[in-house]
Design a protein around this ligand. Structure first.
Ligand code: ATP
Ligand code: MG
Length: 345
């Protein structure tokens, strides 16, 4: 016969179990059996749980009746999974039982870790140019006080470093703006062909300076989608700019837009935009992490080119907001293709 307490434990949606005063497990609900492995009802709790901090907590709770909470860490095969475990003593007719409830807090810990990593990355990225600026200021005030030529040279570098910091702060602000309205779907109607034409026109001088040719291939009719024009322009700029920056002299960047049609990936009508370059390509090893904030394949080379490593993170968030898809295809020596699929409405 199941007691009322065991029936309640069985009905709980989170892993939960009940431990009797004689140290046996009175009840374990299906999520708890999944977590702790098979038939544990009737077993001594020490053989089912095994983690000393949890065992101590159960023993203490049975003894003195005080509420406790502790952590239980396990693995799902590839990653650690952390549970917050709460213990409460139930007493009926002078016999005690302990209710043990498990709550998965892995995602909370991951968010915390991401926030710490982000702050560490931002601080590091700002500190590098700042250290250079401080160094040059001291040089101009000291050893180079009477050296106008040196001063001019240092000021040029200082200006570059200050621009770097400015770009970084600008990128961080746009990232946080995009994240803030990621849940709001854009409704503005936009002619994507026209936007591509004007964006490419604006980037032509950069391409000319790098000796990279830009080719545009658009459908003859206007392509109307529901989108935020500023944000889609930022996607285009970041992708085309990467193509120009990383491909090297003599390369080509081709921007191709297909006509609206059914897109299996979206299960809706949409358009396919491709930005492909003939540059050195990216080792497929890096592709899964490329859209992470501050991720760079060759951080020295990217920094040299004034990159902050935020461009593709911004692209990914904007495409998410538009309920679109981003795919990156590349192989070393074979150029890189960024494929963006955006819904029409
Ligand atoms: N077309 C490309 N060809 C080769 N490598 C690329 C290309 N696009 C991006 N990458 C690699 O991916 C990294 C991340 O790109 P991302 O645009 O996010 O940052 P960034 O260009 O370094 O900085 P930012 O765009 O903020 O100025 C780059 O540092 C570069 O190593
Ligand atoms: Mg970039």
């Amino acid at each position: 016969m199941k007691t009322d307490a065991s029936k309640i434990v069985n009905a709980l949606p989170l892993p939960a179990l009940l431990v009797r005063q004689d140290d046996r497990i009175e009840a374990a609900n299906p999520p708890a059996c999944d977590l702790l492995g098979g038939a544990i009802e009737g077993r001594h709790y020490m053989t089912a749980l095994r983690q000393p901090t949890l065992l101590d907590a159960i023993e203490g709770c049975l003894r003195d009746g005080a509420d406790r909470s502790t952590q239980y860490v396990t693995t799902d095969g590839t990653n650690d999974v952390s549970y917050q475990v709460s213990l409460r003593r139930l007493t009926e007719e002078q016999t005690h039982q302990v209710l043990v409830c498990f709550e998965d807090i892995t995602h909370l810990q991951q968010v915390g870790q991401m926030r710490r990593d982000f702050v560490a990355n931002v601080s590091h990225e700002l500190k590098t140019p700042l250290t250079a600026l401080i160094g040059f200021i001291e040089t101009i005030q000291g050893p180079a006080r009477n050296d106008p030529e040196g001063q001019a040279r240092f000021l040029t570098i200082m200006a570059q470093e200050a621009h770097r910091m400015n770009r970084l702060v600008g990128d961080l602000l746009s990232l946080s703006r995009v994240e803030a309205d990621e849940r709001v779907r854009p409704t503005e109607r936009l002619d994507l062909s026209e936007l591509i034409r004007s964006t490419v026109h604006g980037l032509q001088p950069l391409a000319d300076g790098a000796d990279v040719s830009l080719q545009v291939d658009l459908p003859s009719d206007p392509v109307i989608i529901a989108a935020d024009a500023d944000q889609i322009q930022q996607v285009l700029t970041n992708l085309i700019e990467n193509g120009i920056k990383y491909s090297g002299a003599g390369a080509q960047v081709r921007i191709h837009l297909g006509p609206p049609q059914e897109q299996p990936k979206l299960r809706a009508r949409g358009v396919r935009l491709e930005v492909a370059d003939t540059g050195p390509g990216i080792d497929p090893l890096h592709l899964p992490r490329l859209t992470e904030r501050f991720y760079r394949v060759d951080s020295h080379r990217s920094r040299e080119k004034g990159g902050t490593g935020l461009g593709l993170a911004i692209v990914k968030h904007i495409i998410n907001r538009h309920r679109g898809r981003l795919r990156i295809a590349s192989d070393l020596g074979k150029g890189t293709r960024f494929i963006v699929i955006l819904p029409c409405t």
